[in-house]
Design a protein around this ligand. Structure first.
Ligand SMILES: [Zn+2]
Length: 271
């Protein structure tokens, strides 16, 4: 075979392989059945459904803007600063946070009420942003549901045999579990992102402690799709010890979080 032909074949394999995408966090090629443009299509289609199923947006634009500003700060230091991200706080009482493909990140009121600092909020958003960047939910969806099904789901609540409604699929999407490896990568990349964005990384350890304590009282939605906090605390601490011993100038933001979120949630409840 001529050199030219070999080169052409190699080029075709690397450039046109539709099932491969490089995960920018690990630098490794991963199997992916659809291009990133479809992430956005799926995100746009299912974000309103997720909002609906989790009791709608919290009607407080200052609170929403604050959550969005913390999220956007983190996306700018992520491996995909060029993508668009949307951060939305939802009314649901459950303790939960999730990300859809295409950069749609949600956090529930139940979760917001449990946090006490901006660094903890940053830790949750950074973890979800890492899932978006690594396209974990896209991969889990193509494995477990099928992209054709997701794109062709009917919008109405009625379903004929064999046809899923968008509402059915949204419930499935919200219950998707990522692998332990994906979760660990999202935890560690999230830790890097939050520090690069100027936040104290112990916020990520505190989140795990909060979830662990809460879980003793009642089962937590976030933990039904995520690994055991004890294990996560260990590797987060190890990473902080090796990479981020110097915490000087990194933000905790207790007062900011109280006035931008906690006081607003109390105000809304009083209304
Ligand atoms: Zn996760």
């Amino acid at each position: 075979m001529s050199k030219k032909l070999q080169l052409l074949i190699l080029c075709l394999i690397f450039c046109l392989c539709p099932g491969c995408a490089v995960n920018p966090i690990t630098g490794q090629e991963e199997f992916m059945l659809f291009p990133q443009e479809q992430d956005i299509e799926i995100g746009e289609k299912y974000a309103p459904e997720v909002e609906k199923q989790l009791d709608g947006r919290i009607a407080d634009e200052r609170l929403q803007n604050y959550i969005d500003s913390v999220g956007q700060k983190i996306t700018r230091v992520s491996h995909r600063p060029d993508w668009q991200y949307h951060f939305t706080a939802l009314n649901h009482k459950s303790i939960n946070a999730l990300a859809l493909p295409g950069g749609y990140v949600f956090i529930t009121k139940g979760m917001l009420e449990k946090l006490t600092t901006e660094a903890q909020l940053a830790a949750i958003l950074a973890h979800e942003i890492s899932h978006v960047v690594a396209r974990d939910s896209s991969a889990a969806m193509s494995r477990n549901i099928g992209i054709g099904v997701l794109l062709s789901a009917v919008a109405s609540a009625k379903t004929s045999r064999g046809v899923f409604t968008a509402a059915d699929l949204t419930r499935q999407i919200m219950g998707l579990q990522y692998s332990k490896k994906d979760e660990r990568e999202a935890d560690l990349a999230g830790l890097d992102y939050m520090v690069w964005a100027g936040y104290n990384p112990y916020g990520a350890v505190e989140i795990q402690q909060i979830l662990q304590e809460e879980h003793k009282v009642r089962p937590i939605e976030f933990l039904s799709t995520h690994p055991d906090p004890q294990n996560r605390i260990a590797y987060l601490r190890a990473r902080i010890q090796t990479r981020y011993r110097n915490l000087e100038g990194l933000k905790i933001g207790r007062q900011d979080y109280r006035s931008a979120v906690l006081e607003h949630l109390i105000d809304n409840e009083a209304d």
